[in-house]
Design a protein around this ligand. Structure first.
Ligand code: ZN
Length: 697
């Protein structure tokens, strides 16, 4: 049995909306400028995640549609939300709809397309729910003036009518994200999103009185209420109510923030529309005289193919920088707008820096940010050894950052159909045991995976599960190559984690945050590469996969920390009251990249503008460093599990623990302590050993 996490709980716990992003969709890394081995046809990012999210399936959907029809006066009243149709009852029916995994099913072709009608049969059904959410947005008013005792807090925590509104909220968010991902220019996708934003803003404003009312009680009284054993199952969600330092905004301020947030979110959409639609990609002339548009996919092909020489790759690299260079001031203004908005929010909540605010919101020590940056610096000397070895193998006199992804030996990963990639990835992650594979199979056969690219579909890959009422949804852009399996196991790592959490935790604890989510995904990538290295048929193949794993560390730790350092520089500039100019940003970014690549790689100043293409900066706040911490912790976890079978059990316990404790305490369940230097040493040893293997082989 599982219940959905309540948006109310998230609001109460102060866990919602920074930068309009929602804890539930996990965007993927934007890879390093040139290490496009990982970049495949499209950059790994997700533009559709400015929203939020739920989902449902069959029986539950019919129930709600029936219920809304009843409200409209044409159905029967039995469907109205009451004790018998409360979320728990509905949940069991939803469970009954879940496909049971069988070996036969898995043997057949796998489903490859999302079906939005699984969430809403048609536009009318969606509109009816948005009407309902708007009409009932202020139902929570009945608790106003009562929230000064355990009974009342328990009542609002478990109020089934409010739970039902949460359920609608999550489902609509998931639905609109799905439509937007499939075709953001579709009129219905836009209309549905607008309606959802309007209704959800109302809904959030309706509950704006709750936190101020509770926080108006003396601390001693709050401590008494929240230590009551009846509230124990929700204790972690409510821990902020007993934080003596917590700054609480007034109801009016919360409402103003919610309203303004909608306007401010247009900075993000302005960036997306400008960068993806209005700022057209240039034509490139290939050495054979043919021409083509320099799309992300075309660029990626050039970077990975040894059909072209150093000079042509450099030309392509310069051409890509020229996409954004003429508009550098516009990009700088958009970024400054987004960052100032986050800094404003931090100040409203009483913090001295944006990093402190985001860290507090994530229940993390801000020092962890600087700790991982330090750590990434410690990996650079070994990275430079790797580049030097590559340069020698390729026989290049001059090696640019755009040369590091071309093949260095005879091995090339083959083309492979989606089904075979899934089977390969599944073999690798069998490492985690039967229970893990059982969830993997349920999800991959569920029809909740959208596999192939289309002209209108968003690029990248992501996983989402909001509300925990059905299986997770995953989006891929499968390119037909065996290498894509690393993306499959990455996203499936998120999906299995979400599923375990939702199954095992209550409504408040069912959605783990990003700090932990990327641990579950990168752990799978590590296990996958290890599997391929161990099973390589010859030395060339083995070396190829070792290089891929080194690239994983480069992209996920070192490159993300360069981005994080740049982000921190921008926030510090703004927080000190200084202007964020494009020239200064270009210079800073160039300096960081040059330092990262070291002396053997040619890095020229034109690359400085590359910050402008990193969508995460415009959408998320102090997010990218979490990729780096995640792979670091995942390495420690995998190392333990490789040495001791019993550690796998601890890892599964961790996946099942959801969001039931602080991120650091959760990691301790898996046997990893983020504040212990030994954790970082393990990852460093692992990385250095990989480079040694590559160099010596
Ligand atoms: Zn991820």
């Amino acid at each position: 049995m599982r219940k959905m996490k309540r948006i109310m709980a998230a609001l109460l716990a102060g866990a919602v909306l920074v930068s309009g992003s929602f804890p539930g969709a996990f965007p993927c890394r934007v890879m390093a400028a040139e290490s496009e081995q990982d970049l495949r046809p499209a950059a790994e990012y997700n533009l559709g995640d400015i929203l939020n999210d739920p989902e449902l399936s069959g029986a539950l959907k019919e129930l709600i549609v029936g219920f809304l029809t009843a409200l409209a006066g044409s159905g029967d009243d039995e469907a109205a939300v009451g004790p018998e149709t409360g979320p728990d009852v509905q949940k069991e029916e939803a469970d009954a709809q879940r496909p049971e995994k069988t070996e036969e099913e898995f043997a057949g072709p796998l489903p490859t397309e999302w079906d939005p009608t699984e969430l809403y049969a048609d536009e009318d059904a969606f509109n009816a729910e948005m009407d309902y959410l708007s009409e009932h947005a202020y139902d929570v008013e009945k608790y106003r003036g009562t929230l000064n005792n355990v009974d009342a807090i328990l009542a609002i925590t478990e109020d089934e009518e409010i739970l039902e509104l949460d359920s609608i909220y999550y489902r609509a968010a998931m639905y609109t994200q799905m439509l937007t991902s499939l075709d953001a220019s579709d009129p219905w996708a836009k209309q549905a999103l607008a309606r959802f934003q309007e209704a959800s803003a109302r809904y959030m404003m309706g509950s704006a009185f709750v936190e101020p009312e509770i926080m108006a009680l003396p601390l001693s009284e709050r401590e008494k209420i929240f230590s009551d054993e009846r509230l124990e199952p929700y204790a972690w969600s409510y821990h902020k109510y007993v934080d003596p330092d917590r700054v609480t905004l007034s109801e009016e301020t919360i409402q103003a923030e919610t309203l303004l947030d909608q306007a401010m979110s247009h900075i993000q959409s302005a960036y997306s529309v400008f960068d993806n639609v209005d700022n057209k990609r240039p034509e490139i002339t290939y050495p054979d005289g043919t021409t083509g548009t320099l799309t992300d996919a075309a660029y990626s092909n050039i970077m990975q193919s040894n059909e072209y020489d150093h000079d042509f790759r450099r030309e392509a690299n310069i051409l890509r920088a020229s996409i954004r260079e003429p508009y550098q001031n516009t990009y700088a203004e958009l970024l400054a707008g987004e960052m100032k908005r986050n800094w404003a929010e931090a100040q409203l909540h009483g913090y001295d820096s944006t990093l402190e605010y985001i860290s507090a919101r994530d229940d993390l020590d801000p020092e962890l940010f600087y700790q991982i940056i330090e750590f990434s610096h410690s990996l650079m000397p070994k990275l430079h050894e790797y580049f030097a070895a590559q340069k020698e193998m390729l026989g290049l006199e001059e090696m640019g950052s755009y040369d590091i992804s071309i093949p260095f030996n005879e091995y090339e990963p083959p083309e492979m159909p989606y089904e075979d990639c899934v089977k390969l990835g599944r073999e690798a992650v069998k490492f985690w045991g039967d229970e893990y594979i059982d969830r993997f199979d349920s999800i991959i056969t569920s029809g909740h995976i959208d596999v192939y690219p289309s002209d209108t579909k968003d690029t990248g890959a992501y996983e989402m599960q909001y509300g925990g009422e059905t299986l997770p949804y995953v989006m891929f852009n499968f390119d037909g190559l065996m290498d894509y399996t690393s993306t499959i196991v990455h996203e499936m790592g998120h999906a299995v984690y979400s599923e375990f959490s939702a199954e095992n935790q209550n409504m408040y604890y069912s959605m783990p945050g990003s700090y932990n989510q990327e641990v579950a995904s990168t752990a799978n990538e590590l296990i996958f590469f290890k599997y391929l290295i161990d099973n390589a048929s010859d030395e060339d193949e083995k070396k190829y996969w070792i290089a891929r794993e080194i690239t994983l560390f480069f992209n996920t730790i070192i490159w993300q920390c360069v981005l994080a350092e740049f982000e921190d520089y921008c926030y510090k500039t703004i927080e000190a009251g200084n202007a964020l100019s494009a020239e200064a940003m270009n210079e800073k970014f160039y300096e960081l990249i040059k330092n990262m690549y070291g002396e053997d790689i040619l890095v020229e100043p034109y690359i400085g503008i590359d910050w402008a293409r990193i969508s995460h900066f415009y959408i998320y706040c102090y997010y990218v460093y979490k990729y780096a911490t995640s792979l670091t912790f995942a390495t420690a976890i995998c190392n333990k599990a490789l040495e001791d079978e019993g550690e796998k059990e601890n890892y599964l316990e961790y996946l099942k623990a959801g969001d039931s404790a602080s991120p650091e305490d959760l990691l301790r369940i898996a046997g990893v302590d983020p504040s212990d230097p030994a954790t970082y040493e393990t990852a460093k040893d692992y990385f250095e050993d990989l480079v040694d293997q590559f160099v010596e082989q």
